[in-house]
Design a binder for this molecule. Structure first.
Ligand code: ADP
Ligand code: MG
Length: 303
């Protein structure tokens, strides 16, 4: 197991920011960590990287207890903090060399930095001062500094926050590429980001993990899955009769002839609804299944 948290709690004074959080991340996974502001994402990430101590519980990285060998932990881990603090007076290359000075880097440091500059697409900007870079390129420098020592694990706290849509896609592509060889935990507020690049999503609310699973299965895992069918008839159906059908949980009219029904997920209601239409002399013009989106799951679990 790459990362393991066991009953981790964190108190800031009397306030509990994390309450008995447990999860494990396997090597090679890209995990999306989502939750409303103040839910405890950054706190969890700082605990994993060993920057702040737990109040209760234990954290292991590759079987090493974080508080017991913080030097070894830092070598294993690359971290991009929230808001990506950089020394803006430094030049890109100079800054990366400075960061590399803090780690035992395999081989030649200068060569390693050139390699990282290429990998993160900083080539044309690498001679500039960090203060002269756009937000997207600063974010690349943030990723580069996290990668300098070729860590096995990457902890990225809102890596795409504040970027424009094109920059988001570029950084996301970069994370996907890097993530092929590493274990990654990234926090974000963008659900499509999780759907696009994560194998797994963990949802946290008020310091408690409320869901954990594959993005497409998270509703089922959290026990809040429901299936929705969108139906269109040739004329207005008698909705009270539809509502009486066993397995129909909720019905909503979108127009006279279009309805949205929430159905029992354990049962395929499509043949039943089709037969109902036939018995009523209605023609079904269309019937579409709609799964709960991650957005809907998130809202349901964190409201
Ligand atoms: P998130 O990253 O999900 O927005 P944080 O981990 O930053 O959440 O914060 C979780 C909770 O802990 C919040 O209520 C926040 O105010 C509180 N908190 C975070 N850092 C500190 C700190 N250094 N001192 C006091 N409270 C803090
Ligand atoms: Mg945060």
């Amino acid at each position: 197991m790459s990362i393991k948290l066991s009953n981790v709690s964190k108190y800031y004074g009397s306030q509990a920011a994390l309450k008995s959080v447990s999860f494990e991340v396997e090597r090679g996974q890209i995990v999306g960590f989502i939750g409303p502001n103040g839910a405890g994402k950054s706190t969890t990430m700082k605990i994993i990287t060993g920057i702040i101590p737990v109040s209760e519980g234990e954290v292991w990285i590759n079987g090493i207890k974080v508080e017991e060998d913080s030097l070894q932990i830092r070598r294993l881990m690359g971290y991009l903090p929230e808001n990506n603090p950089l020394y803006t007076d430094m030049y890109v290359r100079e800054y990366l060399l400075y960061v590399a000075g803090h780690y035992p880097v395999k081989g030649n440091k200068i060569e390693r930095i050139e390699q990282i500059i290429q990998e993160t697409g900083l080539g044309l900007e690498s001679h500039k001062k960090i203060s002269a870079l756009s937000k997207g390129f600063r974010q690349r420098v943030g990723l580069a500094q996290a990668l300098v020592h070729d860590p096995e694990i990457l902890i990225l706290d809102e890596p795409t926050s504040g970027l424009d849509p094109n920059q988001i896609i570029e950084i996301r592509g970069l994370i996907s590429k890097i993530g092929k060889e590493k274990t990654v935990i990234l926090s974000t507020h963008i659900m499509q980001e999780v759907e696009a690049i994560c194998d797994r999503v963990i949802i946290i609310r008020k310091g408690v993990i409320v869901a954990d699973g594959k993005p497409g299965e998270i509703a089922m895992n959290a026990g809040i899955d429901k299936e929705t069918l969108l139906l269109e008839f040739d004329r207005k159906p008698d909705s009270s009769k539809i509502q009486e059908i066993h397995g129909i949980l909720k019905l909503k009219h979108l127009s006279d002839t279009q309805i949205l029904v929430e159905t029992d997920p354990a049962k395929d209601m499509r043949p039943i609804l089709f037969n109902f239409a036939v018995s009523e002399g209605l023609t079904v013009l269309s019937m579409q299944k709609r799964e709960m989106s991650l957005e809907e799951v998130f809202q349901e679990l964190t409201k």
